[in-house]
Ligand binder design. Structure first.
Ligand code: FES
Ligand code: FES
Length: 137
């Protein structure tokens, strides 16, 4: 299977690798795993509490090239976004940007799930209600 140029670029030059101190105020941590392949992705956001805007993001991914590229891409995308804007990022957008083949779609789902988990963690730390579509009245 051939990887797209964008996957290879993010894989070879991953953006925003690393982490923040998870206990710090303003940091949200999302850790998700893909049952299908056992790959694991940790994605962290640093939020400006005054504006609610994500100012920085980091990731660590133990996984395939597509998972690394997906997490690298979303750390770029979430910077400068509000939490709600970050929650609106869909795995289909990630898959399209990276031209992922069907067998690699779950790798982009991992990245979407990781953002959602990081936002939920940040909101939970703030004591805000965690929004979940399935629970909406
Ligand atoms: Fe599982 Fe890519 S093969 S995350
Ligand atoms: Fe997910 Fe309620 S928190 S269904």
């Amino acid at each position: 299977m051939a990887y797209s140029d964008k996957v290879i670029d993010h894989y070879e030059n991953p953006r925003n690798v690393g982490g923040f101190e998870a206990a710090d105020a303003g940091v949200g941590t999302g850790m998700v795993g893909a049952p299908a392949c056992g790959d694991v992705m940790k994605l962290q956001i640093k939020v400006n509490p005054a504006t609610g805007v994500i100012e920085d993001a980091r990731f660590k991914t133990y996984g395939c090239g597509s998972a690394i590229a997906s997490s690298s891409l979303v750390t770029e995308w979430v910077k400068g976004k509000t939490l709600d804007q970050a929650l609106a990022i869909k795995n289909t957008q990630i898959a399209e940007e990276l031209a992922l083949p069907p067998v690699k779609i779950h790798c982009s789902i991992l990245a979407e799930d990781a953002i959602k988990a990081a936002v939920s963690d940040y909101r939970a730390k703030l004591g805000e209600a965690v929004e979940h579509p399935a629970c909406a009245p």
